[in-house]
Design a protein around this ligand. Sequence first.
Ligand SMILES: [Fe+2]
Ligand SMILES: [Fe+2]
Length: 358
Amino acid sequence: MTPRKPTRPDRPGLEHVVSTFRILVAAHSWTADRIVEALRPFGYQIDVLTDGHAAQRAISQGAWDLVIGSSDLPNLDGFLLLRTLRTSRDIAETPFLMVVSSLDPDEEVKAFQLGADEVISEATSGIALRARVRVLLRLSTYRRRLQNEKRMLGIKVAERTRELMEITMATVAALEKATELSDPETGHHILRVATYSALIAEEMGLSAEFIEKIRLYAPLHDVGKVGVPDRILKKEDVLTPDEFEEMKRHTQYGYELLAAARADAMACNIALCHHERWDGSGYPNGLKGEKIPVEARIVAVADVFDAMITVRRYKAAIGPDTATQIITVEMAPRFDPAVLGAFSRRYDQMLEFFRSYR
Ligand SMILES: [Fe+2]
Ligand SMILES: [Fe+2]
């Protein structure tokens, strides 16, 4: 059955009342006629369906501000219609007004149990019906406004995240250039570490927020190197034990720099703890196991992997397969087993990214 045309006000003096609210009335024809008659003066856009299956199709297709269903709806009653609505993801929140038989008190309870927003009986007056409809339409307006705001907020957050990512990358690149740490590789190195870290985090089932944050902050892991003297940073030879001690301080410097800038805790943790090791043999604090923040445990693997497979001023590159073998076997005690597992499962994707950003 096709929906009837929206009703037009036919009382003198009410022709000008036109509403944008869309109401679906799904009821037996005599009930539907009474409802339409009562609501007619308000100019709502009302579609009437007197068949349950047609109504079920209509609610999943259209954006309704209100569905009025009756328990006596032929073929698929109002209760089933209500259940369909409440279990359909995008429209589950649509207000539903149930019209029940005035002879059966159990129907009212059942309607509320199934999630009706309001229940009236066939005997309810036109005035009471109109009042309830107004309240439910107001509810629909608030819900829609809230949904729009939520959507707008989501867009703003995504834009802000992108901006922050760009600022972060530019800052790191500028810092590295300023300290002449930079080789043409550096920009790609931090981008790759960010991507590997995000892939590992995703594989570990961490939240979407965590994944975005680690992608954003992983590039800052070595930011503290700006505090390490040039003669150590640029030394071609092996560092003396004292020099190495000084080099290790880049973790502390990075942490202090980021904490002073009131950066996110995740950024600070990554800078401070990316050289900690699962077995407690790392620095600066010799943290062990889960005492090391998970974001730092992830970046540790991503950073070591990328460093191994790329050429640096002071060392040659080794093949990705060999590097993976070394990381997951020889160096395994240094890393969180859960991170290594996720790393191995996402290895192909990392390699693909490495090849496109080398
Ligand atoms: Fe580092
Ligand atoms: Fe690095």
